[in-house]
Write a protein that binds this ligand. Structure first.
Ligand code: GLA
Length: 397
């Protein structure tokens, strides 16, 4: 009896050691990105003209990675208003159709980007041929017509729509509650406000509400997103919740998610800021989508942390330190920071539906040209030869 107990104990111990060994081995092993997060959130990438419409070695490599590593895709520039309706009533769906078809063949969930934005939107949406601003009714008609035609066309194919992009901005204003500076000038504080976009000027603040209503009418099953940069700034995220999410929900207007673009830097934002914003959005009962993730390794030009594509700074040598190549050490630091982002995302997986990278390889990133033209940045998971970087390994492990 005693002998049998001993034998049993020995087998149990052996089994335990084997299990521990297996766990340790698996912990160090890599899987495909989409598989690594498959029970948590979708993993997406934005691709556009360069890969979808042109055939080249690079396009082949990028599309191979897209199909293999990701389960979701965003239409980069291909579904922006300027691409889909360059002139009133002249819809040019051809390229977007190709994009959607490709996504279907690769079995990727599709994010349509973007229905309503102040940028990459032809002027006819807001003014007549002589440059005179349209009336509110004419503006609403253009808004309705564009959203209706586009969303209906891709009904059942585009699962997620960025309905409105970047409707909120932040500026510094005098703070009357603070004593003045020693030189007598008033202290400043950040204040969020509805961006002075042509949509706001022509239609008024309810253009956001109308856009969400029109999108929902056109495809009641589509998941509708408000998308913006700088969403880790408490002033901005609070404004979005207070002035967009809550009022729309109160009126019964369909808004499912808020997109935090996530064009981030090594120095900013703080991890606590990222986490707090996710928690605030979750408490406001919207899902969080990380919609345009990239992590620049370059010095922040003049402290600019935004992503307003009209911002430009002059190129100076000290702003472009890695034009001949990037030290391994910096890539490792980037990997650790990416990993810290994903640790937060994983711990909030119930609230996060998707994490999308803005591009596939470092060479295609818009960060090479923003906010300073002509720099060499390394913000994504794959290098200029489409090879995985330390950041990729840190996330796939
Ligand atoms: C913003 C937009 C995107 C894209 C990027 C920069 O974040 O939402 O569509 O234009 O800027 O490329």
């Amino acid at each position: 009896m005693k002998f049998r107990m001993l034998k049993w104990r020995r087998s149990a111990l052996l089994l335990m050691f084997f299990a521990l060994f297996l766990c340790a081995a698996l912990a160090g092993q890599e899987t495909l990105l989409k598989d690594a997060y498959k029970d948590q959130f979708l993993i997406g990438a934005a691709v556009g003209e360069r890969y979808v419409l042109q055939s080249s070695d690079q396009a082949e490599k990028a599309l191979h990675l897209l199909e293999k590593e990701f389960n979701c895709v965003t239409s980069e520039n291909l579904m922006k208003p300027a691409s889909l309706q360059p002139e009133r009533g002249r819809f040019t769906f051809d390229q977007a159709d190709r994009f959607v078809k490709m996504a279907k063949q690769m079995d990727l969930a599709v994010v349509g980007h973007v229905l309503v934005w102040h940028s990459q939107t032809p002027r006819w949406f807001f003014e007549d041929a002589s440059g005179k601003p349209l009336s509110r009714d004419e503006g609403i008609e253009n808004l309705r017509d564009h959203i209706r035609k586009v969303v209906k066309r891709y009904k059942g194919h585009v699962k997620y729509w960025d309905v409105v992009n970047e409707a909120v901005d932040v500026r510094m204003v005098d703070d009357p509650d603070q004593p003045p500076n020693p030189d007598g000038t008033p202290r400043k504080k950040p204040e969020a406000f509805f961006r002075d976009s042509p949509w706001l000027r022509v239609v008024g603040e309810d253009y956001i509400e109308l856009a969400f209503r029109f999108a929902h009418e056109a495809d009641p099953k589509a998941i509708l997103i408000y998308n913006d940069y700088g969403m880790t700034d408490p002033v901005k995220v609070d404004f979005v919740i207070r002035n967009i999410v809550r009022p729309l929900k109160k009126k019964g207007v369909h808004i499912d998610a808020v997109g935090m673009q996530g064009h981030w830097h090594m120095e900013s934002p703080g991890l606590d800021e990222i986490e707090e914003s996710i928690e605030k959005l979750a408490a406001a009962k919207v899902k969080v989508h990380i919609t345009e993730l990239d992590l620049s390794v370059l010095p922040m030009a003049y402290g600019y942390t935004g992503a307003d594509i009209n911002t430009r700074y002059e190129l100076q040598d000290e702003l472009n330190p890695y034009k001949e190549g990037i030290p391994q050490e910096v890539l490792e630091q980037q990997a650790a920071r990416y990993r810290a982002f994903f640790d937060i995302f994983r711990s909030h997986r119930r609230d996060i539906e998707r994490v999308t990278f803005w591009g596939i390889c470092d060479e295609d990133s818009w960060k090479n040209g923003f906010p300073v033209r002509g720099r060499t940045d390394y913000p994504l998971l794959f290098d200029r030869n489409y090879q995985p970087k330390p950041a990729y390994h840190a996330l796939a492990r």
